[in-house]
Design a protein around this ligand. Structure first.
Ligand code: NAI
Length: 398
């Protein structure tokens, strides 16, 4: 079928299998160009492995460190006349490239929050890998069914305490407008968001993996967080999602205790703001990202997910040196985003940004391009007027 982008708000309803393959190949090429990571991980589980930071982590482990990888994700396969989701095609492309390079790669498609998927994953590790030495936790989800109680939780993206008014952009049209987001009016929304995006599920995974004996001596685990600038604090770090991130970050202490007798360790890495399916859903953030991209590209310090993950693995997690942490014990690969000169320039542009000057003062074009790239569109190597086979399978999923 011929597949063109079909968008609804911040969602793209279609994905292109050849374009996503191109996207994965570009990321693999980048990791290869950086050379092998000395003493990198060898047997890796990535939870949330199909898009954004998760697929970039998987690519870095596989192609930067020759690691065997198991990826867990929740994606829709293709059906006749109906393209699969981008994460489905990404995973198909990843496995194809990994297998062609002689690397072990298998995937599990299902709800990572459930006990059943945890069990399936553990069985697969036992059967094929024995033990794993790195667990990457990169889930981003709007809802979670609790595996023990069956309660369904939905997360909300809201400020706490007072309404938040600021600029936002519709990145398709470039219209900059003011938006007011009302605060949560009950504690339940905060607790629900923590239940979805906080640390409990990460802890459940680590407990189950440990109990099954599939964690190797010296195992590492890492989950991802975000802080960002003051101007997004009300909607992000001081909002409902920020409470969930506080909870995720606090889980490090619990997991460290759990892993102590294995000499294992857990980290949270604070990553840079980037265009992913999750971040495009947060009001205000797309305008910030398009201004940030402009400033960071001008300074020659822009990074995407793959550059961030390659740096995290090579220069932090597996650098062989003492890992540098902030005062709260977090890895900070958002260091370039948070540099004083960068933030000062972004803040000045923020004051000026209007619909009229947006194309000139921001990198809204780069934002859009990254957004369409997520779904395999806007790659010059691909002829989008040509018929393509939408029925692409992930090798290991029958
Ligand atoms: P994403 O939306 O690109 O990826 C989410 C992944 O989770 C996908 O692989 C998806 O299949 C998987 N997933 C969602 N629900 C699932 C379920 N029930 N079962 C199994 N898999 C499921 O998100 P992104 O942006 O890569 O986020 C990953 C982590 O990085 C999150 O913790 C996020 O907060 C964090 N982060 C994101 C930043 C950004 O700017 N995008 C910045 C800093 C941190």
């Amino acid at each position: 079928m011929i597949i063109k982008p079909r968008t609804r708000g911040f969602i793209c309803l279609t994905s292109h299998p050849e374009g996503t393959l191109q996207n994965i190949k570009n990321q693999i090429d980048y990791v290869k160009s950086k050379g092998k990571i000395k003493n990198g991980p060898k047997k890796v589980l990535v939870i949330g492995a199909s898009t954004g930071f998760g697929i970039a982590s998987r690519i870095t482990a596989a192609f930067g460190s020759d690691a065997a990888t198991i990826g867990v994700f929740f994606e829709k396969p293709a059906a006749e006349g109906k393209p699969g989701t981008a994460g489905w095609y990404n995973s198909a492309a990843f496995e194809k490239e990994a297998h062609a390079s002689g690397l072990y790669a298998k995937s599990i498609n299902g709800d990572a929050f459930s006990d059943e998927i945890k069990k399936q994953t553990i069985d697969l590790i036992k059967k094929d890998l024995g033990q794993i030495d790195l667990v990457v936790y990169s889930l981003a989800s709007p809802r979670r069914t609790h595996p023990k109680t069956g309660v369904n939780y939905a997360s909300v993206l809201k400020p706490i305490g007072q309404p938040f008014t600021n600029k936002t952009v519709d990145f398709h049209t470039g219209v900059v407008s003011d938006i007011t987001i009302n605060p949560v009016d009950n504690d339940e929304d905060i607790q629900n968001t923590i239940a979805v995006m906080g640390g409990e599920d990460w802890k459940f995974w680590m407990e189950d993996l440990k109990e099954a004996g599939v964690l190797a001596e010296g195992v590492k685990t890492v989950a991802y967080s975000y802080i960002g600038p003051e101007l997004t604090y009300p909607i992000y770090r001081n909002g409902t999602i920020g409470k969930a991130k506080d909870d995720l970050e606090a889980t490090v202490t619990t997991i460290n205790k759990l892993l102590k007798d294995l000499n294992g360790i857990s980290y949270v890495s604070v990553n840079k703001a980037l265009v992913t399916q999750s971040s495009s859903a947060i009001p205000v953030v797309p305008l910030y990202i398009s201004l940030l991209y402009k400033v960071m590209k001008q300074k020659g310090i822009h990074e995407g997910c793959i550059e961030q993950m390659q740096r995290l693995f090579a220069e932090s997690l597996y650098s062989g040196e003492k890992i540098s942490l902030d005062e709260k014990g977090r890895i900070r690969i958002d260091d370039l985003e948070m540099r004083e000169d960068v933030q000062k320039e972004v803040a000045a542009l923020w004051e000026q940004a209007t619909t009229e000057n947006l194309e000139a003062i921001s990198d809204i074009e780069g934002y859009r391009n990254d957004f369409f790239n997520l779904f395999g569109f806007n790659f010059e190597e691909i002829d989008y007027d040509k018929d393509t086979n939408e029925l692409v399978n992930v090798d290991s999923i029958q």
